[in-house]
Design a protein around this ligand. Structure first.
Ligand code: ACO
Length: 397
Protein backbone atom coordinates (compact mmCIF):
# COMPACT_ATOMS: atom_id res chain seq x y z
CA UNK A 1 0.00 0.00 0.00
CA UNK A 2 1.12 3.57 -0.65
CA UNK A 3 2.09 6.00 2.07
CA UNK A 4 0.97 9.32 0.61
CA UNK A 5 -0.56 12.56 1.87
CA UNK A 6 -4.27 12.72 2.93
CA UNK A 7 -6.52 12.59 -0.10
CA UNK A 8 -10.07 13.29 -1.23
CA UNK A 9 -12.23 10.18 -1.80
CA UNK A 10 -14.49 9.57 -4.80
CA UNK A 11 -16.73 6.70 -5.82
CA UNK A 12 -15.49 5.76 -9.29
CA UNK A 13 -16.91 2.28 -9.95
CA UNK A 14 -19.95 0.12 -9.18
CA UNK A 15 -21.10 -3.36 -10.16
CA UNK A 16 -23.34 -6.20 -9.09
CA UNK A 17 -23.96 -9.87 -9.65
CA UNK A 18 -27.15 -11.82 -8.98
CA UNK A 19 -27.35 -15.59 -9.55
CA UNK A 20 -29.71 -16.71 -12.31
CA UNK A 21 -31.86 -19.08 -10.28
CA UNK A 22 -35.11 -17.53 -8.99
CA UNK A 23 -37.06 -18.70 -5.92
CA UNK A 24 -40.59 -17.32 -6.01
CA UNK A 25 -43.15 -16.93 -3.24
CA UNK A 26 -45.07 -19.73 -4.95
CA UNK A 27 -42.02 -21.96 -4.49
CA UNK A 28 -41.98 -21.11 -0.78
CA UNK A 29 -45.67 -22.00 -0.53
CA UNK A 30 -44.53 -25.54 -1.38
CA UNK A 31 -42.01 -25.55 1.48
CA UNK A 32 -43.72 -23.86 4.46
CA UNK A 33 -47.19 -22.77 5.56
CA UNK A 34 -47.19 -19.35 3.88
CA UNK A 35 -48.76 -17.52 0.95
CA UNK A 36 -47.69 -15.11 -1.75
CA UNK A 37 -50.30 -12.69 -0.39
CA UNK A 38 -48.82 -12.81 3.16
CA UNK A 39 -45.23 -12.39 1.98
CA UNK A 40 -46.00 -9.52 -0.42
CA UNK A 41 -48.24 -7.62 2.01
CA UNK A 42 -45.92 -8.04 5.04
CA UNK A 43 -42.56 -7.64 3.28
CA UNK A 44 -42.96 -6.52 -0.36
CA UNK A 45 -40.80 -9.47 -1.51
CA UNK A 46 -41.96 -11.41 -4.61
CA UNK A 47 -38.88 -13.44 -5.45
CA UNK A 48 -35.23 -13.85 -4.53
CA UNK A 49 -32.12 -15.27 -6.23
CA UNK A 50 -30.47 -18.53 -5.19
CA UNK A 51 -26.82 -19.32 -5.90
CA UNK A 52 -26.15 -22.52 -7.84
CA UNK A 53 -24.06 -25.35 -6.39
CA UNK A 54 -21.04 -24.13 -8.40
CA UNK A 55 -21.28 -20.64 -6.85
CA UNK A 56 -19.97 -19.28 -3.55
CA UNK A 57 -19.86 -15.93 -1.82
CA UNK A 58 -16.34 -15.43 -3.25
CA UNK A 59 -17.37 -16.26 -6.83
CA UNK A 60 -20.30 -13.83 -6.76
CA UNK A 61 -18.16 -11.19 -5.06
CA UNK A 62 -15.40 -11.54 -7.65
CA UNK A 63 -17.81 -10.88 -10.55
CA UNK A 64 -19.32 -7.81 -8.83
CA UNK A 65 -15.85 -6.51 -7.94
CA UNK A 66 -14.48 -6.91 -11.48
CA UNK A 67 -17.54 -5.14 -12.89
CA UNK A 68 -16.97 -2.25 -10.49
CA UNK A 69 -13.27 -2.14 -11.45
CA UNK A 70 -14.12 -2.05 -15.18
CA UNK A 71 -16.75 0.65 -14.57
CA UNK A 72 -14.02 2.73 -12.90
CA UNK A 73 -11.85 2.24 -16.02
CA UNK A 74 -9.24 0.38 -13.98
CA UNK A 75 -7.40 -2.93 -14.15
CA UNK A 76 -7.53 -5.40 -11.26
CA UNK A 77 -3.93 -4.64 -10.34
CA UNK A 78 -4.69 -0.95 -9.85
CA UNK A 79 -6.53 -1.94 -6.66
CA UNK A 80 -4.48 -1.77 -3.46
CA UNK A 81 -7.22 -2.55 -0.90
CA UNK A 82 -10.03 -5.14 -0.99
CA UNK A 83 -12.62 -5.08 1.80
CA UNK A 84 -15.38 -7.68 1.71
CA UNK A 85 -18.42 -7.54 4.00
CA UNK A 86 -20.28 -10.79 4.58
CA UNK A 87 -21.91 -12.95 7.23
CA UNK A 88 -21.71 -15.98 4.92
CA UNK A 89 -17.98 -16.37 4.09
CA UNK A 90 -16.83 -19.33 1.97
CA UNK A 91 -14.77 -20.55 4.95
CA UNK A 92 -13.97 -19.42 8.49
CA UNK A 93 -10.47 -19.04 7.14
CA UNK A 94 -9.01 -17.83 4.87
CA UNK A 95 -10.95 -14.62 4.41
CA UNK A 96 -13.29 -14.51 1.43
CA UNK A 97 -11.53 -11.27 0.38
CA UNK A 98 -8.30 -13.26 -0.08
CA UNK A 99 -10.07 -15.68 -2.45
CA UNK A 100 -11.54 -12.73 -4.35
CA UNK A 101 -8.13 -11.10 -4.70
CA UNK A 102 -6.79 -14.18 -6.50
CA UNK A 103 -9.97 -14.66 -8.57
CA UNK A 104 -9.88 -11.14 -9.99
CA UNK A 105 -6.15 -11.43 -10.80
CA UNK A 106 -4.90 -8.85 -8.33
CA UNK A 107 -1.33 -9.16 -7.02
CA UNK A 108 -0.96 -6.00 -4.94
CA UNK A 109 -3.89 -5.45 -2.60
CA UNK A 110 -4.29 -5.99 1.13
CA UNK A 111 -7.51 -7.97 1.47
CA UNK A 112 -9.72 -8.65 4.48
CA UNK A 113 -13.31 -9.35 5.50
CA UNK A 114 -15.42 -7.39 7.91
CA UNK A 115 -18.41 -8.62 9.90
CA UNK A 116 -21.21 -6.14 10.54
CA UNK A 117 -24.08 -8.22 9.07
CA UNK A 118 -26.42 -6.21 6.83
CA UNK A 119 -24.59 -2.98 7.68
CA UNK A 120 -21.32 -4.54 6.51
CA UNK A 121 -21.10 -2.77 3.17
CA UNK A 122 -21.55 0.65 4.78
CA UNK A 123 -18.95 -0.24 7.43
CA UNK A 124 -16.61 -1.34 4.64
CA UNK A 125 -17.24 1.87 2.70
CA UNK A 126 -16.37 3.91 5.80
CA UNK A 127 -13.22 1.84 6.39
CA UNK A 128 -12.01 2.16 2.78
CA UNK A 129 -12.74 5.91 2.81
CA UNK A 130 -10.59 6.28 5.90
CA UNK A 131 -7.70 4.31 4.34
CA UNK A 132 -7.81 6.49 1.22
CA UNK A 133 -8.22 9.75 3.12
CA UNK A 134 -5.21 8.78 5.27
CA UNK A 135 -3.11 8.13 2.17
CA UNK A 136 -2.86 4.38 2.86
CA UNK A 137 -4.63 3.30 -0.36
CA UNK A 138 -5.31 4.81 -3.81
CA UNK A 139 -8.01 2.53 -5.21
CA UNK A 140 -10.11 0.34 -2.90
CA UNK A 141 -12.82 -2.18 -3.77
CA UNK A 142 -15.59 -2.53 -1.20
CA UNK A 143 -17.78 -5.59 -1.70
CA UNK A 144 -20.96 -6.78 0.00
CA UNK A 145 -21.61 -10.44 -0.83
CA UNK A 146 -23.91 -13.05 0.69
CA UNK A 147 -25.00 -16.61 0.15
CA UNK A 148 -27.76 -16.69 2.74
CA UNK A 149 -29.93 -19.42 1.21
CA UNK A 150 -27.55 -22.07 2.62
CA UNK A 151 -28.03 -20.79 6.18
CA UNK A 152 -31.82 -20.70 6.35
CA UNK A 153 -34.14 -23.00 8.26
CA UNK A 154 -36.65 -24.06 5.60
CA UNK A 155 -39.10 -25.09 8.30
CA UNK A 156 -39.17 -21.56 9.82
CA UNK A 157 -41.60 -19.50 7.76
CA UNK A 158 -40.70 -16.28 9.58
CA UNK A 159 -37.11 -16.26 8.27
CA UNK A 160 -36.81 -18.46 5.15
CA UNK A 161 -39.06 -16.16 3.11
CA UNK A 162 -36.91 -13.08 3.64
CA UNK A 163 -33.43 -13.73 2.32
CA UNK A 164 -31.64 -14.14 -1.01
CA UNK A 165 -28.15 -14.34 -2.56
CA UNK A 166 -26.02 -11.87 -4.51
CA UNK A 167 -23.12 -9.43 -4.50
CA UNK A 168 -22.47 -5.76 -5.12
CA UNK A 169 -19.29 -3.69 -5.12
CA UNK A 170 -17.94 -0.18 -5.48
CA UNK A 171 -14.49 1.25 -6.19
CA UNK A 172 -13.39 4.22 -4.08
CA UNK A 173 -10.45 6.20 -5.41
CA UNK A 174 -8.13 8.94 -4.17
CA UNK A 175 -8.79 12.17 -6.03
CA UNK A 176 -7.23 15.60 -6.52
CA UNK A 177 -10.72 17.06 -6.77
CA UNK A 178 -13.18 17.58 -3.91
CA UNK A 179 -14.15 14.63 -1.77
CA UNK A 180 -17.57 13.20 -2.64
CA UNK A 181 -18.27 11.39 0.63
CA UNK A 182 -19.45 14.13 2.94
CA UNK A 183 -21.06 12.43 5.95
CA UNK A 184 -20.70 9.00 7.60
CA UNK A 185 -22.47 7.65 10.69
CA UNK A 186 -21.98 4.16 12.20
CA UNK A 187 -23.74 2.76 15.27
CA UNK A 188 -23.68 -0.52 17.22
CA UNK A 189 -26.24 -1.48 19.88
CA UNK A 190 -25.22 -4.83 21.43
CA UNK A 191 -28.38 -5.18 23.49
CA UNK A 192 -29.86 -6.49 20.23
CA UNK A 193 -27.08 -9.09 19.82
CA UNK A 194 -29.38 -12.10 20.12
CA UNK A 195 -32.31 -10.67 18.16
CA UNK A 196 -30.81 -11.93 14.91
CA UNK A 197 -28.03 -14.49 15.20
CA UNK A 198 -26.58 -17.80 14.15
CA UNK A 199 -26.13 -19.70 17.42
CA UNK A 200 -23.50 -22.36 16.60
CA UNK A 201 -20.31 -22.77 14.60
CA UNK A 202 -18.27 -20.19 16.49
CA UNK A 203 -16.00 -20.72 19.52
CA UNK A 204 -18.91 -20.39 21.96
CA UNK A 205 -20.57 -23.40 20.38
CA UNK A 206 -18.35 -25.19 17.87
CA UNK A 207 -19.94 -27.44 15.24
CA UNK A 208 -20.90 -30.88 16.53
CA UNK A 209 -23.49 -33.57 15.80
CA UNK A 210 -25.53 -32.05 18.60
CA UNK A 211 -25.47 -28.46 17.27
CA UNK A 212 -26.53 -29.81 13.87
CA UNK A 213 -29.31 -31.91 15.39
CA UNK A 214 -30.53 -28.83 17.26
CA UNK A 215 -30.62 -26.79 14.05
CA UNK A 216 -28.23 -24.21 15.48
CA UNK A 217 -26.36 -23.50 12.24
CA UNK A 218 -29.27 -21.59 10.74
CA UNK A 219 -30.26 -17.93 11.08
CA UNK A 220 -32.67 -17.14 13.93
CA UNK A 221 -34.51 -13.87 14.34
CA UNK A 222 -36.95 -12.05 16.57
CA UNK A 223 -38.76 -10.35 13.69
CA UNK A 224 -40.79 -7.82 15.64
CA UNK A 225 -37.87 -6.57 17.75
CA UNK A 226 -35.67 -6.35 14.66
CA UNK A 227 -38.42 -4.45 12.86
CA UNK A 228 -38.71 -1.94 15.72
CA UNK A 229 -34.95 -1.39 15.80
CA UNK A 230 -34.82 -1.02 12.02
CA UNK A 231 -37.50 1.63 11.67
CA UNK A 232 -36.10 3.72 14.52
CA UNK A 233 -32.42 3.40 13.68
CA UNK A 234 -32.50 3.63 9.88
CA UNK A 235 -34.09 7.06 10.16
CA UNK A 236 -31.83 8.34 12.97
CA UNK A 237 -28.63 7.03 11.33
CA UNK A 238 -29.57 8.52 7.96
CA UNK A 239 -30.38 11.83 9.65
CA UNK A 240 -27.01 11.87 11.44
CA UNK A 241 -25.12 11.35 8.15
CA UNK A 242 -27.25 14.02 6.46
CA UNK A 243 -26.51 16.45 9.31
CA UNK A 244 -22.76 15.72 9.10
CA UNK A 245 -22.95 16.59 5.40
CA UNK A 246 -24.60 19.91 6.31
CA UNK A 247 -27.76 18.96 4.39
CA UNK A 248 -31.47 18.80 5.21
CA UNK A 249 -33.29 15.50 4.45
CA UNK A 250 -35.22 17.16 1.61
CA UNK A 251 -31.89 18.05 -0.08
CA UNK A 252 -31.24 14.35 -0.71
CA UNK A 253 -32.09 13.21 -4.25
CA UNK A 254 -32.11 9.46 -3.56
CA UNK A 255 -31.91 7.23 -0.50
CA UNK A 256 -30.54 3.73 -1.12
CA UNK A 257 -31.75 1.87 1.98
CA UNK A 258 -31.06 -1.69 3.07
CA UNK A 259 -33.66 -3.82 1.27
CA UNK A 260 -35.19 -5.78 4.16
CA UNK A 261 -38.89 -4.97 4.13
CA UNK A 262 -40.96 -2.45 2.15
CA UNK A 263 -42.87 -1.52 5.32
CA UNK A 264 -39.60 -0.57 7.03
CA UNK A 265 -38.61 1.62 4.06
CA UNK A 266 -42.07 3.23 4.01
CA UNK A 267 -41.82 3.96 7.75
CA UNK A 268 -38.42 5.60 7.24
CA UNK A 269 -39.78 7.76 4.39
CA UNK A 270 -42.68 8.79 6.61
CA UNK A 271 -40.36 9.48 9.55
CA UNK A 272 -38.19 11.73 7.38
CA UNK A 273 -41.30 13.31 5.78
CA UNK A 274 -40.12 12.30 2.31
CA UNK A 275 -42.02 10.75 -0.63
CA UNK A 276 -41.37 7.09 -1.50
CA UNK A 277 -40.10 8.33 -4.89
CA UNK A 278 -36.89 9.31 -3.03
CA UNK A 279 -36.41 5.74 -1.75
CA UNK A 280 -34.87 3.21 -4.15
CA UNK A 281 -36.58 -0.18 -3.83
CA UNK A 282 -35.68 -3.49 -5.52
CA UNK A 283 -36.42 -5.93 -2.66
CA UNK A 284 -39.41 -7.27 -4.62
CA UNK A 285 -36.89 -9.07 -6.90
CA UNK A 286 -34.04 -9.92 -4.52
CA UNK A 287 -35.39 -10.11 -0.96
CA UNK A 288 -32.91 -9.25 1.76
CA UNK A 289 -29.36 -9.93 0.57
CA UNK A 290 -27.81 -8.58 3.79
CA UNK A 291 -24.43 -6.92 3.13
CA UNK A 292 -25.03 -7.17 -0.64
CA UNK A 293 -28.32 -5.31 -0.49
CA UNK A 294 -27.12 -1.68 -0.59
CA UNK A 295 -24.43 -2.10 -3.29
CA UNK A 296 -26.78 -4.16 -5.52
CA UNK A 297 -29.47 -1.48 -5.09
CA UNK A 298 -26.97 1.30 -5.78
CA UNK A 299 -25.70 -0.32 -8.98
CA UNK A 300 -29.26 -0.87 -10.19
CA UNK A 301 -30.33 2.67 -9.31
CA UNK A 302 -27.44 4.15 -11.28
CA UNK A 303 -27.78 1.80 -14.25
CA UNK A 304 -31.54 2.43 -14.41
CA UNK A 305 -30.92 6.18 -14.78
CA UNK A 306 -32.08 7.16 -11.29
CA UNK A 307 -28.82 9.00 -10.50
CA UNK A 308 -27.18 12.00 -12.22
CA UNK A 309 -23.87 13.76 -11.67
CA UNK A 310 -24.27 16.20 -8.77
CA UNK A 311 -27.05 14.21 -7.07
CA UNK A 312 -26.97 13.89 -3.30
CA UNK A 313 -27.27 10.23 -2.21
CA UNK A 314 -27.60 8.51 1.15
CA UNK A 315 -26.86 4.78 1.61
CA UNK A 316 -28.29 3.49 4.88
CA UNK A 317 -28.39 0.01 6.40
CA UNK A 318 -29.16 -1.84 9.63
CA UNK A 319 -28.49 -5.38 10.72
CA UNK A 320 -27.50 -7.94 13.31
CA UNK A 321 -25.44 -6.60 16.16
CA UNK A 322 -27.56 -4.49 16.15
CA UNK A 323 -25.52 -2.35 13.73
CA UNK A 324 -26.44 0.50 11.46
CA UNK A 325 -24.57 2.78 9.11
CA UNK A 326 -25.19 5.62 6.67
CA UNK A 327 -23.11 7.41 4.05
CA UNK A 328 -24.03 10.78 2.54
CA UNK A 329 -22.25 11.37 -0.74
CA UNK A 330 -22.40 13.43 -3.92
CA UNK A 331 -22.40 11.49 -7.19
CA UNK A 332 -19.53 12.45 -9.49
CA UNK A 333 -19.17 9.53 -11.96
CA UNK A 334 -20.73 9.17 -15.42
CA UNK A 335 -23.76 6.90 -14.79
CA UNK A 336 -23.46 5.47 -18.33
CA UNK A 337 -20.24 3.65 -17.40
CA UNK A 338 -22.04 1.07 -15.23
CA UNK A 339 -23.58 -0.85 -18.10
CA UNK A 340 -20.24 -1.06 -19.85
CA UNK A 341 -18.66 -2.40 -16.66
CA UNK A 342 -21.36 -5.06 -16.42
CA UNK A 343 -20.97 -6.08 -20.05
CA UNK A 344 -17.17 -6.32 -19.74
CA UNK A 345 -17.25 -9.19 -17.23
CA UNK A 346 -18.80 -12.59 -17.92
CA UNK A 347 -19.37 -14.69 -14.78
CA UNK A 348 -18.16 -17.84 -16.53
CA UNK A 349 -14.75 -16.20 -17.04
CA UNK A 350 -14.21 -15.67 -13.30
CA UNK A 351 -12.94 -18.63 -11.27
CA UNK A 352 -12.27 -19.06 -7.57
CA UNK A 353 -9.43 -21.58 -7.14
CA UNK A 354 -10.42 -24.72 -5.25
CA UNK A 355 -8.20 -26.80 -2.96
CA UNK A 356 -6.40 -29.79 -4.48
CA UNK A 357 -7.68 -33.29 -3.59
CA UNK A 358 -10.62 -31.98 -1.63
CA UNK A 359 -14.28 -32.73 -2.30
CA UNK A 360 -16.86 -30.61 -0.46
CA UNK A 361 -20.29 -32.04 0.29
CA UNK A 362 -23.28 -30.84 -1.75
CA UNK A 363 -23.90 -27.31 -0.41
CA UNK A 364 -27.60 -26.98 -1.30
CA UNK A 365 -30.05 -27.61 1.58
CA UNK A 366 -32.22 -30.64 0.69
CA UNK A 367 -35.53 -28.75 1.07
CA UNK A 368 -34.30 -26.10 -1.37
CA UNK A 369 -32.89 -28.65 -3.82
CA UNK A 370 -36.24 -30.44 -3.89
CA UNK A 371 -38.20 -27.30 -4.77
CA UNK A 372 -35.69 -26.12 -7.33
CA UNK A 373 -35.60 -29.47 -9.16
CA UNK A 374 -38.60 -28.92 -11.37
CA UNK A 375 -39.41 -28.90 -15.08
CA UNK A 376 -37.51 -26.59 -17.39
CA UNK A 377 -38.99 -23.12 -17.91
CA UNK A 378 -41.72 -22.62 -20.48
CA UNK A 379 -40.30 -19.29 -21.57
CA UNK A 380 -37.37 -17.00 -20.90
CA UNK A 381 -38.04 -13.45 -19.77
CA UNK A 382 -34.96 -11.53 -20.83
CA UNK A 383 -36.25 -8.08 -19.87
CA UNK A 384 -33.86 -7.50 -16.97
CA UNK A 385 -30.84 -9.41 -18.20
CA UNK A 386 -27.57 -7.62 -17.67
CA UNK A 387 -25.29 -8.15 -20.68
CA UNK A 388 -22.85 -10.92 -19.90
CA UNK A 389 -24.86 -12.29 -16.99
CA UNK A 390 -26.43 -15.76 -17.12
CA UNK A 391 -29.95 -15.53 -18.43
CA UNK A 392 -32.46 -14.58 -15.80
CA UNK A 393 -34.87 -17.47 -15.95
CA UNK A 394 -38.44 -16.92 -14.80
CA UNK A 395 -40.03 -20.32 -14.36
CA UNK A 396 -43.74 -20.82 -14.78
CA UNK A 397 -45.52 -20.55 -11.44
N1 ACO B 1 -46.41 -16.73 6.28
C1 ACO B 1 -47.58 -16.68 6.95
N2 ACO B 1 -47.65 -16.31 8.23
C2 ACO B 1 -46.51 -15.97 8.85
C3 ACO B 1 -45.27 -16.00 8.21
C4 ACO B 1 -45.24 -16.40 6.86
N3 ACO B 1 -44.11 -16.46 6.14
N4 ACO B 1 -44.32 -15.62 9.08
C5 ACO B 1 -44.93 -15.34 10.23
N5 ACO B 1 -46.26 -15.56 10.10
C6 ACO B 1 -47.31 -15.41 11.10
C7 ACO B 1 -46.78 -15.48 12.50
O1 ACO B 1 -46.70 -16.83 12.93
C8 ACO B 1 -47.85 -14.72 13.26
O2 ACO B 1 -48.95 -15.58 13.47
P1 ACO B 1 -49.76 -15.52 14.86
O3 ACO B 1 -50.31 -14.13 14.93
O4 ACO B 1 -50.77 -16.59 14.66
O5 ACO B 1 -48.73 -15.81 15.91
C9 ACO B 1 -48.29 -13.65 12.26
O6 ACO B 1 -47.87 -14.11 10.97
C10 ACO B 1 -47.70 -12.30 12.54
O7 ACO B 1 -46.31 -12.47 12.79
P2 ACO B 1 -45.34 -11.23 13.03
O8 ACO B 1 -43.99 -11.74 13.34
O9 ACO B 1 -45.98 -10.29 14.00
O10 ACO B 1 -45.38 -10.57 11.59
P3 ACO B 1 -44.79 -9.19 11.17
O11 ACO B 1 -45.85 -8.36 10.59
O12 ACO B 1 -43.93 -8.61 12.26
O13 ACO B 1 -43.83 -9.61 9.98
C11 ACO B 1 -41.49 -9.96 9.56
C12 ACO B 1 -42.74 -10.50 10.21
C13 ACO B 1 -41.72 -9.84 8.07
C14 ACO B 1 -40.34 -10.92 9.83
C15 ACO B 1 -41.18 -8.55 10.16
O14 ACO B 1 -41.22 -8.61 11.56
C16 ACO B 1 -39.86 -8.03 9.73
O15 ACO B 1 -39.63 -7.71 8.58
N6 ACO B 1 -38.92 -7.83 10.67
C17 ACO B 1 -37.61 -7.31 10.38
C18 ACO B 1 -36.79 -8.43 9.84
C19 ACO B 1 -35.52 -7.96 9.22
O16 ACO B 1 -35.48 -6.95 8.56
N7 ACO B 1 -34.46 -8.75 9.40
C20 ACO B 1 -33.25 -8.48 8.78
C21 ACO B 1 -32.24 -8.14 9.77
S1 ACO B 1 -30.82 -7.71 8.93
C22 ACO B 1 -29.54 -8.80 9.13
O17 ACO B 1 -28.56 -8.44 9.74
C23 ACO B 1 -29.53 -10.17 8.49
Amino acid sequence: MNGTAPRAVRLTGWGRYAPAQVLTNADLERMVDTSDEWIVSRTGIRERRVAGAHETTASMAAVAALRAIRTAGLEADDIDLIILATLTPDYWMPSTAALVKEAIGNTRAAAFDIAAACSGFVYGYATASAYIAAGMARHAVVIGAELLTRFLDYSDRSTCILFGDGAGAVVLSASDEETSTVGIELTTEPQGAYMIWLPAGGSKSPPSAETIARGEHKIRMEGRETYRFATRTLASTALAAVAKAGWQPEDVDLFVPHQANIRIIEAVAKGLDLPMSKMFVNLDRYGNTSAASVPIALAEAVNEGRVAIGDKLVFVAFGAGFTSGAVAMEWTADPELGRMGDAAVRPEDVTVRLPVDWDSVDPIPPALAEVLARPLPGHLDLSDVVPGEPEHVHRPR
